[in-house]
Ligand binder design. Structure first.
Ligand SMILES: [Cu+2]
Length: 143
């Protein structure tokens, strides 16, 4: 009888342990982690030119000012590039981020992702470098 109770107790403890473990793991997946203040850097090629777009925080929140940094390695660049934010197949209004050249040769500006009324989170950032071309970056916003 003592063995049976001991066995039942052990099985019960194992079950509780497993339940806690599973709920902890799924909880971990469900919780919205605070978005990182570090930038997400996306790369593309525009002709032979590499183009880097950094967005911070990453993933970018909506309805909040977000920092955009564009670098065009190896080019002196005369006219500053600019970024247009849009959604594929959906009119979200004109949303252009103007960039200005910093002392380090990178171009920076701030912009705001609008929250999509349909609930979609996929956005496109089209970087236009006057005289050099365009590159389209696709990613998801945080909310
Ligand atoms: Cu939309």
């Amino acid at each position: 009888m003592k063995r049976l109770i001991g066995g039942l107790f052990a099985a019960f403890a194992l079950l509780i342990g497993a339940t806690i473990y599973i709920s902890f793991r799924s909880w971990d997946g469900l919780v919205d982690r605070p978005s990182s203040e570090t930038a997400g850097t996306l790369r593309a090629a525009m002709g032979g030119q590499e183009i880097l777009l950094s967005i911070a925080p990453w993933p970018p929140p909506t309805m909040r000012e977000v920092d955009f940094t564009v670098s065009l390695p190896g080019t002196a660049g005369k006219d500053a590039p600019y970024v247009d934010l849009s959604m594929a197949g959906m009119e979200m209004g004109r949303n252009r981020v103007d960039l200005s050249r910093g002392a380090d040769g990178r171009y920076r500006g701030t912009g705001v992702f609008v929250r999509c009324p349909s609930g979609r989170r996929d956005w496109e950032a089209t970087v236009t470098a006057p005289g050099a071309g365009k590159a389209v970056f696709r990613f998801a916003v945080a909310d």
